[in-house]
Each structure stands twice: as C-alpha cells, then as structure tokens.
Design a protein around this ligand. Structure first.
Ligand code: PMP
Length: 392
C-alpha cells in the first residue's frame, strides 16, 4: 500500500478506537428548534443561532432582495473589486453598534482572528493566550512568529506571571475569548484589562458567543462589563452565531483597521463574502436592537434550564450564557448520553478531546430564543432519563 494511504488508514482507525471519530449529520431543515436528520425530526439544542434569527423572515427577505440587486458572488477580494456598498454600510453600522471608530468585515471568524493576530504581532513580540481559547486564536498565535505563552483558564495570577515573563518583548498582546465556546463562562475582562494596561500590553477579545446576546442592547461581553476601546483595543465578533448570518468583524481605532487592511493576509487574499450576506447581517443588527424580547426570553430559558438540571443531579458548568454544557467526563459515556437523547427525539452534540481537555467530555447544550419553555422542560426530562440509562 502507498505510505500515505497507509498513514491515513492508521489515523482513522486510531480515532475510531478512541471514540473520537467525528462525523457530520446531514441536516434536512432550516435552522431552528426543529431539526430533521436523515428524515427524522428532532428538537435541537446544538446550534449557535442563539437569538433565533438565522431563519427570521426579515432576514430571508433582506438577503433575497440584496441577491436580486447584487447577484450571488462578490466576484473578488475586497482590495480588488469585491468591496461593495453593502459591505461598507455593514462596517459603518457595526462600528456604531460597538461604539468604535471603525470595523472591518472578514469572510469568517477563523480568518478574522488569524488576520488580526498575525498583523499585530510577530518576531520579537509576545502573544499571551488563555489555554482554552478557540483554536483559531491559538493557531494564529503560533503562526504569528511571536512568542506564544498560555495561561491557566481565567486565572489572573497565571496571566500576571506570563505578562511578567514577556517583559522583554517589543509588544505584548493578551488574547481571550469573551465567552468560552465549550464552557460558556465569561473571561474576567475588567481585571484582565487592568493587568494588560499595567504591563503596557494590548487586550484582544473574541466575542463570538457574546455579541448580540450579552449587554442591554446586545453589544456583547464588553457592554456587559461596561468596557470600551481604551480597555479592549481589539474587539472581534462573528456574524454566524447570534447574528444569524455569516462572516465576522474586527472593531477598533482608525489606525487598527487601516493596519489590518494593509497587513492581514486572510483579509487581503480571499474573496469578499457575498453582498447579500452582508445585507442579511445589516438587517440582523436592526432586529437585535428592536427585538430585545429575544435576549430576555433567552435569559429566562437559561435560568429555567439550570434550575431543572441542578434538580435532576446533572453536572453543570459555571456558565451564565446560552452555552450550558453537561459535564460527563468519559468520551464513550458522553457519546452514549448523546445517543440516548437522540432515541428520545433530542439532538445535542457530544464534545470530546481534543476540542476539550482530556477527561472532560461533555454534552454541549445550547439554548436559543427560538426555544419554548416546554421544549426546555422536555430536554430536562430526556436528560434525566438518559443519564439513568447510561449510569453515573
Ligand atoms: N471564535 C470562536 C470563539 C468561535 O467559537 C468560532 C466558531 N466556532 C470562531 C471564532 C470562528 O468563527 P467562524 O465560524 O465565523 O469562522
């Protein structure tokens, strides 16, 4: 056998043996609480569509109208001829929404993180990251050429130590998730911002999971804490989660955004996202402001789920957000619990290493403003039954 083929077979069979083989369910319905997989309906608690906007009629209409006007593809990268009026307006509206001088739209969140970090730091600099940061932030740190230092999750002493060890660096950039994607907890941003400032470092926050959900008007984790551009000079958010569309952005000062346009390779060398997608994001920003009941309802569901899960003896994590993981520990047991839920008509993903640390496999339950109280109660019953079948 060809050595490449042999290598691939070995990798795949090892994954299977470790219960870590990943597969992609084929979805047969639009995003929403009712999911169809292989022709069978499920109530789904696995989407990042936290506000239930991905299938909102106004969003569909905005995108369809824009596609009538702009066509489908953007045709080129932003710096060539792919940057439309629609992208420009979205950037202006995002900047206003976040209270920043400017914003820059990227085609995905992975690319925004990669582009921003590699443009801001390089050889001679330090990039200091939470151990549980999203893969795109850690990959960007490695790729930047700066010295990558990791601190213990949300641990201020550990961050302080890594900042002190970086004293010789020309520039230091501290990078954290605002809301951790697999745990749902918040970073202690006010304290982290103070530590960064003490060490003349900049702080970058990836608010993929807070933007639209947290804060009085959905301004995200920075609005939740009352922090601005001075404390957090680099804010990154995504448009594919609570916004219900696709893409991402970085917001900050005029100088920051101009620097990214000049230097971010994942901005410069890629096709701009379709203008109709930008139009859908613009509509979503209006809905996020106008339909504040979505945030209120989501918060009520989070409280309801936590009360019920605690009463059922399930192991929750310290999360105040729409991400409510049930900690299981063992990989095979997490898969079995996910399967037991499927048999009862609920779709919840099991998350295993290497996405989460060894021994901390979990079910990642995500709640949405599109869920009803009855659906959440139904999930709680199914979880309790599933847990008793699978065993503690
Ligand atoms: N940052 C975080 C914290 C994320 O969870 C994700 C996506 N799961 C991304 C960045 C990447 O965003 P996108 O899906 O738009 O590439």
């Amino acid at each position: 056998m060809n050595p490449f083929q042999q290598h691939l077979q070995a990798v795949l069979s090892e994954r299977r043996q470790q219960h870590r083989y990943r597969s992609r369910p084929e979805i047969g319905a639009p995003q929403g609480p009712e999911l169809v997989v292989d022709g069978r309906p499920y109530t789904a608690f696995c989407s990042n569509d936290y506000l239930g906007l991905a299938n909102h009629p106004d969003m569909r209409e905005a995108m369809a109208d824009a596609a009538q006007h702009w066509g489908v593809g953007s045709g080129a990268s932003h710096l060539v001829c792919g940057h439309s009026d629609e992208h420009h307006k979205l950037e202006q509206e995002l900047a206003a929404f976040c209270g920043r001088e400017r914003a820059l739209v990227f085609s995905t969140g992975f690319m925004a993180n990669l582009g921003a970090i590699t443009a801001l730091v390089g050889k001679g600099d330090a990039v200091i990251e939470d151990r549980l940061n999203h893969a795109s932030l850690l990959d960007a740190g490695l790729q930047s050429g700066a010295r990558l230092r990791r601190f213990q999750h949300n641990d201020l002493d550990s961050l302080q130590r890594q900042l002190s060890l970086s004293a010789q660096a020309v520039k230091s950039l501290v990078v954290v998730d605002g809301v951790f994607s697999m745990d749902g907890d918040l970073a202690p941003l006010p304290q982290q911002a103070a530590l960064a400032a003490e060490h003349n470092a900049w702080l970058m926050v990836d608010d993929a999971h807070g933007f639209g959900c947290l804060g009085e008007t959905g301004g995200g984790v920075l609005q939740h804490y009352g922090l601005g551009q001075n404390e957090v000079p680099v804010l990154m958010g995504t448009l594919g989660k609570a916004v219900g569309s696709f893409g991402a952005f970085v917001a900050g000062s005029e100088a920051l955004i101009e620097t990214l346009i000049q230097l971010s390779r994942s901005y410069i060398y890629t096709t701009a996202l379709p203008p109709a997608v930008a139009a859908a994001s613009r509509k979503s920003l209006q809905l996020i402001c106008r339909e504040s009941w979505r945030r209120t309802h989501l918060q009520a569901l989070i409280a309801r789920f936590r009360r019920g899960a605690q009463a059922a003896g399930l192991t929750l994590m310290d999360s105040p957000t729409a991400i409510q993981p049930i900690l299981v520990g063992d990989d095979a047991k997490a898969l079995a619990l996910s399967q037991a839920l499927r048999e009862q008509g609920y779709w919840v993903s099991a998350i295993r290493p290497p996405t989460v640390p060894e021994g901390s496999a979990r079910l990642r339950v995500t709640l949405s403003a599109a869920h009803s109280e009855a659906q959440v109660d139904g999930l709680l019953v199914a979880l309790a039954r599933g847990q008793s079948e699978v065993g503690d």
